[in-house]
Ligand binder design. Sequence first.
Ligand code: GDP
Length: 297
Amino acid sequence: MFENLSERLSGVFDRLTKQGALSEEDVKTALREVRVALLEADVSLPVARDFVKAIQEKATGQAVTKSITPGQQVVKIVHDALIDTLRGSDDPGALRIDNPPAPILMVGLQGSGKTTTTAKLAKRLKERDGKRVLMASLDVNRPAAMEQLQILGTQIGVDTLPIVKGEDPVAIAKRAKTQAAMGGYDVYILDTAGRLHIDTDLIAQAAAVRDVAKPRETLLVVDGLTGQDAVNVATEFDDKIGVTGVILTRMDGDGRGGAALSMRAVTGKPIRFVGLGEKLDALETFEPERIAGRILG
Ligand code: GDP
């Protein structure tokens, strides 16, 4: 579907004369291709533009290494710069969950995969880190979502806070905190309500829950296939709620992962995990190398 960037660049450089160093003109020509590749990978336009500009400065005048072609050399420069931008922390999977019970707040739009990801994360914390986890759904407008979390909890052997009809999200968050403390849980995960679009109610509710729960981590779940839209979602949630990390879902799909680059560049928040399927063990620690490879095609 997409033309591979390396192939594209070798095409460009084949037409250029062999020189000892990358000339400004060579780099310019190559970077036009890089920009197209980034846009095709769904990187947002301003991010692609800034990224290309930064690389232009880095690449111009660089001596051409004998063992590789100029095309390969530019690909390497782009690849390294992508990894630099994508890498948010040395250990993205390490959450701050000491001092039990540690609250984790899950936020995101409806349909992003938030509830599934809550269960995936709970399973991971239980199985990998030996944590006792409690999950609670705060989605009072959608009883089906509350039941969904309960069903997932049963599947993975993780407790969920019993549902009490008529309770508001802040009250549920308080009850979860009490239950987590009394029940000797290490972590409790609050799955907040999602909407199809960000609106003031959604944000106000999430902020009220945040103020009560004082989460150690606030993880934004974003559909990795939404591309440029993901940047607006991340910016909005980070401005209004304050996000400590991002989880990108549906990275098993055929999207190119440009959302990851855009979100990192715009919000500066680390991507911690990626969702790679509907199964409850399909959650992996974010690896910048894998996404960089996908973006480059
Ligand atoms: P929520 O509305 O944000 O809570 O979304 P759900 O957790 O209910 O997920 C919506 C749909 O996306 C479900 O069918 C999930 O199985 C699916 N889903 C979630 N994460 C992933 C993922 O990483 N990959 C794929 N392929 N599907 C996912």
